[in-house]
Design a protein around this ligand. Sequence first.
Ligand code: SF4
Ligand code: SF4
Length: 447
Amino acid sequence: MRRTFARGGVHPPQRKELTSGVAISSPAPPAIVTIPLHQSIGAPARAIVKAREEVACGQLIAEPGGFISAPVHASVSGKVKRIAAFPTSIGPSVECIQIESDGQDTWVPDVNLGASECTAALAKSPEDLLATLAGAGLVGLGGAAFPTAVKLRPPPGGKVDTLLLNGAECEPYLTADHRLMIEEAPGIIAGLRVLMRVLGIERAVIGIEDNKPDAVETMRAAVDEIGGVSVEVCCTAYPQGAEKQLIQAILGREVPSGKLPLQVGVVVQNVATAFAAFEAVVRHKPLIERVVTVSGGAVAEPKNLRVRIGTSLEDLVAHCGGVRGELGKLIMGGPMMGKALKSFDIPVVKATSGVLLMDEVEAAQVDEQACLRCGRCVQVCPQGLMPCDLAAMANHGRLEGFGDGADCVECGCCQFICPAGRRLVHSIRFGKSDYRRLKAAEKRQGA
Ligand code: SF4
Ligand code: SF4
């Protein structure tokens, strides 16, 4: 049975054929990396190295800056060039550690890049495994970048019974997870078992959209003899890979408004995060690289690249033959939820699943007009919201009734379908942060 979520959703052009058949390649490490200290949800990490210090690949260079935070490691060996603010996808001025590579790619001791046997690692205690994942700087690689170790610690009284491994990859163009499932299935499954052991649970489900039949087949073969683990096929629909929608589609559980998946006994992790867990525990390798899809009509050779964190988009695109024709738009992430960028001088971070170079046709947008009150945005909202009204409230500062807006997952379905070209997500995002500020101020005044 093919599963899907209960309401809303859209079917944007997939364009995955540009890279779905392109095997992951690993270009040589770049001459210079710029590694942001703020790469996850929560507090930025704190640098523990100084300019001109020699570092090895995989060396800890920044410690977590709070409970919700993740450490950062050197992604090349060489010398720290400087620690300063650089433009990143998070903001125009984010503290980064820039390292000049010595070209040797010398790793810290203990890292065993060829290891694959996981029996000994899986015999470790859940606490030891959790400490390893935290120390390796793992964050959710599906785009949210929430520190993995924090997500794997349910609050007191919280009971998790199922791990949902997200292989939906519903964003158009992106195929990094698809290729990883085909090429690294044993590692993903080993990582899945690590995550299950940490959570102390016996059940896991891997959700994959039906536009990736080869990944479904490969992952089913990989879980064949593992009790309690199954692969479920979902319809190709956006946003099938959003946490709440995937939980609803596969487990039939509804995460209540304002609550987290933990509330319904579920932890969701991305397939790439599971693979990173395998590398951390079995290979002792911290999170210093990831697979990124580089695609779009304006890139000469679309590819899936395994690249070091801190690699500039300029280097990334050079590995793909450069820009072809007129560039309409540069996006980090997918076309539905990604961020438009103005420069190639931006580093890849842990959350970078894709880099899209859209040509002028792909990037074309309808000129913004007044709302037609057609209701299409309401029909497609998977969260059951009224996007047109939320955007109007946000635009006019009428935030008293904005409460429901907190449930917006910023999927972009409303904006995609709007015939009037309304920039709904942009407005709602501002509305959400204004509403949070308003509520915090009210709380302070009432205190
Ligand atoms: S209002 Fe939010 S959740 Fe609903 S379609 Fe728009 S972006 Fe998605
Ligand atoms: S889809 Fe666009 S035009 Fe139609 S109601 Fe929503 S905001 Fe208005």
